[in-house]
Design a protein around this ligand. Structure first.
Ligand code: ZN
Length: 493
């Protein structure tokens, strides 16, 4: 057997640990604000999140609610009771010397999330999702961690609620991890517990093992996984990054196996700028953390929260309903459910006017113009009424589609004016039927040559005449209607 054949017979088995910052107003164990985006370093701190001796944690109900909602969306079990443990390790961003996290009673267990990859449906098992506190952040000045002159510590982030989602080793390709993370972000956004724009809001560690491809049919046997050496890749911060880092690892490990070398069991760091993974210190084993129960936080009864807390319709269900209820194509439905804000916006317009018109105005025109301006729907969400009015003007045929799209919508976004004001100021009100008719008659009377050409079979001549009418009406006539009126006029015996 050639070395190449050996390498081809190995395929990746991947599992993820995803850390997500939950959007709550205050930190998970104290009352400090989490709104730290433009804050001075260490301005959002108190004795609890600074880890001062004697300071006591108080659990933030909103963080637990967010985690339970996520559990519901992942079809996970929420136990009778959940509790917190101390995970002991020392690092400058963790002044207490331990992280408050969950150990044997996580808030969610045994969930799943369905993803589509290249037309194939895959169900990824979720082992658990638990709550914990984010540490502070370090800023190495004058170099990397090894070469910096000194390091600054900012505890503004310390105590931000995190949920860590641990998957089963169910991924069979780097592309699947990317699809999963994109889907997870979408679900979190729908639940209103996540802000993807926030720096560091999503951090991913990935475990990858290369196993004999024969063993990949269905579930991978425990013995197979135990026999393969596992590499952990840290410092991934996006779905694209996950796919790239893991694709790099698959190639690196295949190459090693091809040369008859063993893949080392180790932790590696994803270097995004160089597009490679590099070996790190060996990972602590679980026993090194000396987990023990947090005595200052009593266990919490949570089972009934699952029943009591509501979650909104999730992206897949909403996509399906949009297709059925509004007759949208798969592509339009997918575009119009990309975020909850877009879906809500579309549905508001669709309920008042023609759904097909609403779909093309939101999916094609509005999102396109926003994208061109590097804006998001959230930036104009408070102008829903104005946008609905624009669609109403088009639906009532008071302005032409062309003017609505090229003038009114752009003016609305660039100058912040209301549609009626723009129509009035620019004189875009559609020319009345009578005025169009007289413009048609005048164009026919003034252009005998073009009329003759048309009657002689030159179809192109009609375009010239349409142009003449459009000019006479200042561009406010509907070209299709002009075309129709012209043909009526010219075809008259
Ligand atoms: Zn605090």
């Amino acid at each position: 057997m050639s070395a190449q054949a050996v390498a081809e017979e190995f395929a990746p088995v991947i599992g993820l640990e995803v850390h997500v910052q939950l959007e709550t107003e205050t930190k998970i164990f104290c009352g400090c604000s989490t709104d730290t985006a433009d804050a001075e370093p260490n301005s959002h701190t108190c004795p609890t999140c600074l880890g001062l001796p004697g300071a006591l944690p108080v659990l933030n109900e909103a963080a637990v609610e967010a985690a339970v909602r996520l559990g519901k969306a992942l079809r996970a079990d929420v136990p009778e009771r959940t509790s917190f443990h101390r995970k002991n390790y020392f690092y400058p961003d963790l002044p207490k010397g331990f992280q408050l996290t969950q150990y044997d009673a996580p808030v969610c267990q045994n969930g799943e999330l369905e993803v589509r990859v290249e037309g194939r449906r895959r169900t990824i098992g979720i082992t658990r999702a638990h709550l914990e506190e984010d540490p502070g952040s370090l800023q190495h000045v004058g170099g990397s961690i090894a070469t910096a002159d000194y390091t600054l510590v900012d505890y503004n982030r310390a105590g931000t609620p995190l949920v860590e989602i641990v998957t089963e080793p169910d991924f069979r390709s780097p592309a699947e991890t990317r699809a999963f993370l994109a889907k997870l972000e979408e679900v979190l956004e729908y639940l209103g517990v996540y802000d993807g724009q926030r720096d560091g809001s999503l951090r991913v560690d990935a475990n990858i093992s290369m196993v004999p491809a024969d063993d990949l049919e269905g579930e991978v046997a425990e013995e197979t996984l135990a026999a393969a050496n596992r590499t952990e890749v840290k410092n991934i911060s996006s779905h694209k990054g996950a796919e790239k880092a893991l694709a790099y690892e698959v190639t690196r490990q295949r190459n090693a196996l091809q040369r008859g070398r063993e893949v080392e069991q180790e932790t590696r760091h994803w270097d995004e700028s160089r597009g490679i993974t590099v070996s790190m210190r060996s990972k602590e084993a679980e026993k090194d953390y000396r987990y023990f129960p947090e005595a200052d936080l009593p266990p919490l009864e949570v089972a009934h929260w699952r029943e009591e807390l509501e979650i909104p319709e999730l992206p897949d269900a909403r996509r399906e309903r949009f297709r059925e209820e509004y007759g949208l194509s798969a592509e339009a439905a997918s575009k119009l459910t990309s975020t909850k804000a877009v879906a809500d916006f579309f549905e508001g317009v669709a309920r008042e006017y023609d759904p097909a018109l609403a779909a093309s105005w939101v999916a094609d025109h509005l999102l396109g113009e926003l994208n061109y301006r590097d804006m998001e729907l959230a930036d104009v969400a408070d102008r829903f009424d104005e946008f609905a009015r624009l669609v109403e003007l088009v639906a009532a045929e008071e302005i032409t589609e062309k003017n609505a799209r090229e003038t009114v919508l752009r003016e609305m976004l660039d100058a912040g004016r209301a549609p009626d004001e723009i129509v009035e100021a620019e004189g875009l009100g559609k020319t009345s039927g009578d005025a169009v008719k007289s413009a048609v008659e005048a164009a026919v009377a003034e252009n005998p040559d073009a009329v003759e050409d048309y009657r002689g079979g030159d179809e192109g001549a009609i375009n010239f005449l349409v142009g003449q009418v459009m000019q006479k009406t200042g561009g406010s006539a509907d070209p299709a209607q002009v075309n129709e009126l012209l043909r009526e006029e010219l075809d008259r015996p």
